[in-house]
Ligand binder design. Structure first.
Ligand code: NAI
Length: 344
């Protein structure tokens, strides 16, 4: 089985080569992203392997279909970059639903602690032998209320971590999960209540039409003054312009972003020495209370191994059985099917 692997980074190769060899899947690694301009590179392959910023829109799907390339293996959980409706009946799309929720949840807490305890400032100061503490006052997480939007795999691990810190959790999910609320420290509430009562808000839901800009000017207005916004999910959950305005007006106390609305042309690449064209991102990065990491929450050794193993097994499963448990499809039979990941 031959797979065209797009948007290859050096850290992808070792684990994919290892599992590819083990299961008889050969990968041709392309550094370029999959787009309408590069899709022809997939000619002669059985499938493509793509990541979060590759484009799998209607035009790309049609071209893959024309070339007889029937498999799209996402090496990630989110699939908002795939036109699922258009894919139906043309290409089989499979994903890695879970590879390490701990990687993302722990990174979220790392960002939060860095921000509220000014670790990013301390690191730079002490390297310059500046041992002053002025401007370094943080606040305790213990006793604070964190609003968690999306209580799936990652959201639930993040909730557990927050409980360990003695925080109260207000959760919101379109499909609340059993066993999350404990009647004490964790309870499900409506979004408005979450906005009104949370000191910190963390996003762990997928990007859909419903969740697009769930953090915007209107929702920020409902929030407490000084609210901390954490986004390690998908960039467009947050209206970046509204966030910037909230930071300027001091309504938002801090923001930690592992993802950004317009990240696809920037993140994962080295632009040092270049003039950043994106004024909103440049202004956000210039703020002392904004921390940006470039979509690295998933990047742990454990996650990379799991991603490669599951992706390769997805492909082999499909080849051998004509189906795979991690296939996504657009049928929309019921909310329960959608939630179980079997049907979108
Ligand atoms: P999951 O599928 O286990 O959980 C998502 C949860 O969001 C589910 O409980 C679902 O019911 C809920 N949800 C769906 N629609 C909603 C809505 N309209 N409002 C509120 N909640 C809604 O997914 P998982 O594994 O926890 O991942 C969450 C997100 O994290 C992914 O969608 C992906 O965008 C992001 N992610 C980011 C990574 C990074 O490196 N920064 C890595 C992996 C995932």
């Amino acid at each position: 089985m031959k797979i065209a692997f797009f948007d290859t980074k050096p850290y992808d190769k070792p684990s994919f080569e290892k599992y590819g060899k083990q299961y008889g899947v050969s990968f041709k690694f392309f550094e370029t992203k999959l787009t309408e301009d590069t899709v022809n590179l997939a000619q002669g392959f059985d499938g493509v392997c793509v990541f979060v910023n590759d484009t799998v829109n209607a035009a790309v799907i049609d071209r893959l279909h024309e070339m007889g390339v029937g498999l799209v293996a996402l090496r990630c959980a989110g699939f908002n970059n795939v036109d699922m409706k258009h894919a139906f009946g043309k290409v089989h799309v499979m994903r890695v639903p879970a590879y390490s929720p701990y990687a993302v949840a722990e990174h979220t807490m790392a960002l939060l602690l860095t921000s509220v305890r000014r670790i990013h400032k301390a690191y730079i100061r002490t390297r310059d032998f500046n041992f002053s503490l002025s401007g370094m006052t943080g606040f305790d997480l213990h006793g604070k209320t964190v609003g968690v939007i999306g209580t799936g795999r990652i959201g639930r691990v993040f909730i557990d971590i927050c409980r360990g810190f003695g925080m109260k959790v207000l959760a919101y999910d379109k499909f609340p999960a059993e066993g999350v609320a404990d009647g004490e420290t964790v309870k499900y509430v409506e979004l408005d209540e979450l906005f009104e009562k949370s000191d910190i808000i963390s996003l762990h839901c997928p990007l859909t039409e419903e969740t697009y800009h769930v953090i915007d000017g209107k929702s920020l207005e409902k929030c407490k003054r000084g609210v901390v916004i954490l986004n390690t999910s998908r960039g467009a959950l947050v209206d970046a312009e509204a966030l910037l305005a909230g930071i300027k007006s001091r309504k938002v106390g801090a923001a930690c972003l592992d993802v950004y609305e317009e990240e696809s042309d920037l993140f994962f690449e080295d632009f040092s020495g270049h003039i950043l064209e994106d004024d909103t991102l440049a202004r956000l990065i210039s703020m002392p209370n904004v921390i940006v990491s470039s979509h690295q929450a998933f990047l742990t050794e454990e996650a990379l191994e799991n991603i490669a193993e599951t992706t390769v097994k997805n492909l082999v499963n499909f080849q051998e059985n004509g189906q795979c448990p991690n296939e996504l499809c657009f049928r929309g039979d019921s909310a329960e099917d959608c939630k179980s990941g079997k049907c979108f």
